[in-house]
Structures are given as structure tokens and as C-alpha cells.
Design a protein around this ligand. Structure first.
Ligand SMILES: [Zn+2]
Length: 380
């Protein structure tokens, strides 16, 4: 079964295949001209290690990976390189893992869903950010990096005491006085869709999250239908997210899996954490009944009806998909908010404490790592 997401292009396949491939000598000539215009250096064998995905598309003996900004893929790569997200050696007109990762970093910085797929929104944002750089370095503001813009960026960097690599990375942005990352305004922070206990099969996955279809969930002991959504980039080590594991939810592909009613807040919270460079991953998100039963069976107290440590099967917020256990946070507290556990030494917890409530997500008083969308008195 394909792991491709809707709209995704298979890796290592050029986005725009030219109907006629120019003779290698002509291609090499173009490359050299581009290099001379840009003041760059010829990247030879080393480029192959910088962009392994590109090697398959290259003919043996080709001089360099750098291609002119003509195809959609090459244009995107030039802009990613010009903004410091991709090395120029990786500009080969082929979308591979390096380009996808660079696109994800750019999307994350711009508060877009970090899925690595360059749709119209991402391309428009790339062009807009490139225009702001072009304005600073005094070239035509067409939103497309190319040899001229690259040279102008390098010249500007040289004049400003920066490494003249033609890549406007974080240091260059700071010197230019341009914002490189965004924060969503508080007024736009998505909230849980009301009635988190109810069937969510008719609730859509929040924009940027992946619809994994309708599954069996449990709400207060009763089986209900829940639409599950994967949050791209928000990694979870849970078995439901791990391909090949017993409880795997097809399509999760390593990402956190949540109920569609809370896919907005959990994904926006993750995007905000990324933009603030706060580490955030999950150890458990949605949990199947089989998994919850296995957890209970493995816990002596739970087997005997004491659910202080492991929730009664059918009653865990994880079985409804509205709870997330954040990785790297530990600490047990009391059963009320006055005796709640706090771990201010933990950067992820500090971030959650400062921001989660504005997304309608709260901490369970007894567990510093467990945050959910239940309107309960011991959610703090
Ligand atoms: Zn939990």
C-alpha cells in the first residue's frame, strides 16, 4: 500500500519532466553560467553526499547538481536555498528527502502545516518571503531566487560582515531586521469542537492534519465512532502511530493521532511549539480498546479494579482521542488542581503551562505529562 498522502508527489521523481532532455554538455554549460553569475563554486562529488536523493536523477559524469530555476521543483529549491533552508548543492530539480525536510522547516517557521508538500499556500509564502529579501538586497522583487538574487544576497552579506554564501539564513534575516518565524495571533487559536464526548465521525480533520477515517472510540465506557486525524510532524512513539505495531492506525506514519474535535488545538499547539523551538513529541495519543485492555492486564492494580495508575478500559481519554501524553515529562501529583503536579524545570511543560489553556487544552492534575480537552474540575 502506498504511503503517499493526498497531493504528494513520489520522492525522487522530478515534478516537471521536460519533454526533451538537453544534451549533457548544454546542461553543464547552463550550470557553469549560473555558477559564474552567482559567484559560487563548482560543487562536484561532494554534492552527491549533500543531496543523496538527487543522485538517481543525475546522469553519470554530470558536472553539478545545480540547475536553473525553470521547473516548479527547481524554482522552489532556489527559494529554499536563498532563504537558507537548503544548500545550493541540493538544487537539482528533483524533490527528494532534503527538499521535503527543507520545505517542512520553512512551513514550520511560517506557521503553516509542516507536511513538506509545497501547495499553493506554501509557494505563495516562499515567494512573499523571497520578495522581502529581494527588497533588502536591491534586486527586482519577483519573488523568485535565481543567480542575480543569489549574487545580490552574497554582496549584501559581504557588506554586512556575514559569510557571503548567498543564503539568507537566520543570521542574515536578523541583520536585515526581517522576522523569520511567526506566532499565530491569540485570537486565531483553534479550540476543541464542543462536546468532546460525542461521536465525531461528522467532524472534519483540522486543516493541515491528515484524515485517518472513522474508528471505534470509547466515551465513558460506551463505544462511539470517532474520526481520527494525524498531526504532521508531531511525532508519537505510541504503538497506534508506529507502522507494523499491533495497534497501528493505518496512515499515522509516526505522527500523533487525535480525535477530529481536538485536531485543531493539538496541531496548532504543536506548530506554536515548533516556531518557538520547544521540543514536543508524544508517548501516547489515541489508544485502541485492545491496547487499553493490554495495559490494564499488565497492571496488578488495574486488574483488581484500582484505576489510579491505568484507566479502566473504555474510560481513558486516550480511547476517545482527546488526550495527549507528552514525551519527556514526568511527575505525579494529586487529584485536584490545588495539589496539581508542576514541573517548571521542563521546557515542554513550561510551554504547555504558558499556552495550552489558550487552545482549550488542560493538564490532568495527577499527571504532568497528560493534557486533554475534558471540561473537568481536575483539569488545570
Ligand atoms: Zn495519558
Amino acid at each position: 500500500m502506498s504511503h503517499l498522502r493526498p497531493g504528494e508527489t513520489p520522492e525522487r521523481t522530478p515534478l516537471c519532466l521536460p519533454t526533451h532532455r538537453p544534451h549533457p554538455r548544454v546542461r553543464a554549460g547552463l550550470t557553469i553560467a549560473a555558477l559564474i553569475a552567482s559567484g559560487g563554486t563548482i560543487a562536484g562529488a561532494a554534492t552527491a553526499t549533500a543531496a543523496p536523493a538527487a543522485t538517481t536523477a543525475r546522469t553519470a559524469g554530470a558536472l553539478s547538481a545545480i540547475v536553473a530555476p525553470r521547473s516548479a521543483a527547481a524554482k522552489r529549491q532556489w527559494n529554499l536555498a536563498g532563504l537558507g533552508y537548503l544548500s545550493y548543492a541540493g538544487v537539482d530539480g528533483v524533490v527528494g528527502s532534503a527538499t521535503k525536510a527543507a520545505t517542512e522547516r520553512f512551513q514550520s517557521d511560517q506557521c503553516l502545516a509542516a507536511d513538506g508538500i509545497a501547495g499553493p499556500t506554501t509557494n505563495a509564502k516562499l515567494a512573499a518571503v523571497m520578495r522581502s529579501v529581494q527588497a533588502k538586497v536591491g534586486v527586482a522583487q519577483d519573488g523568485q531566487n535565481g543567480p542575480n538574487t543569489r549574487t545580490a544576497i552574497a554582496n549584501w552579506q559581504r557588506r554586512n560582515g556575514l559569510a557571503a554564501d548567498g543564503m539568507a539564513g537566520p543570521a542574515t534575516f536578523a541583520k536585515m531586521g526581517l522576522p523569520r518565524t511567526c506566532s499565530p495571533p491569540p485570537t486565531q487559536r483553534p479550540q476543541p469542537i464542543p462536546n468532546v464526548y460525542a461521536d465525531s465521525s461528522n467532524v472534519s480533520c483540522y486543516r493541515g492534519t491528515r484524515n485517518l477515517g472513522v474508528h471505534d472510540g470509547y466515551s465513558q465506557g460506551t463505544r462511539i465512532r470517532v474520526r481520527l486525524c494525524a498531526v504532521p510532524g508531531f511525532k508519537s512513539s505510541s504503538e497506534e502511530s508506529t507502522p507494523g505495531s499491533r495497534y497501528y492506525i493505518p496512515g499515522a506514519d509516526g505522527d500523533a493521532v487525535v480525535n477530529s474535535r481536538v485536531s485543531g488545538p493539538f496541531s496548532a499547539l504543536y506548530q506554536l511549539a515548533r516556531s518557538e523551538r520547544v521540543p514536543m513529541s508524544a508517548s501516547s495519543t489515541f489508544r485502541t480498546m485492545a491496547h487499553q485492555k493490554a495495559l490494564c492486564d499488565a497492571n496488578a492494580a488495574c486488574r483488581q479494579g484500582d484505576y489510579s495508575w491505568v484507566a479502566q478500559p473504555g474510560h481513558s481519554g486516550h480511547q476517545l482521542g482527546v488526550a495527549v501524553d507528552y514525551a519527556g515529562i514526568s511527575g505525579k501529583g494529586g487529584r485536584t488542581c490545588s495539589s496539581r503536579v508542576r514541573v517548571p524545570a521542563n521546557a515542554t511543560w513550561r510551554f504547555l503551562e504558558a499556552n495550552a489553556r489558550s487552545f482549550g487544552i488542560k493538564q490532568y492534575s495527577a499527571e504532568a505529562w497528560h493534557w486533554d480537552a475534558f471540561p473537568l474540575a481536575n483539569r488545570c
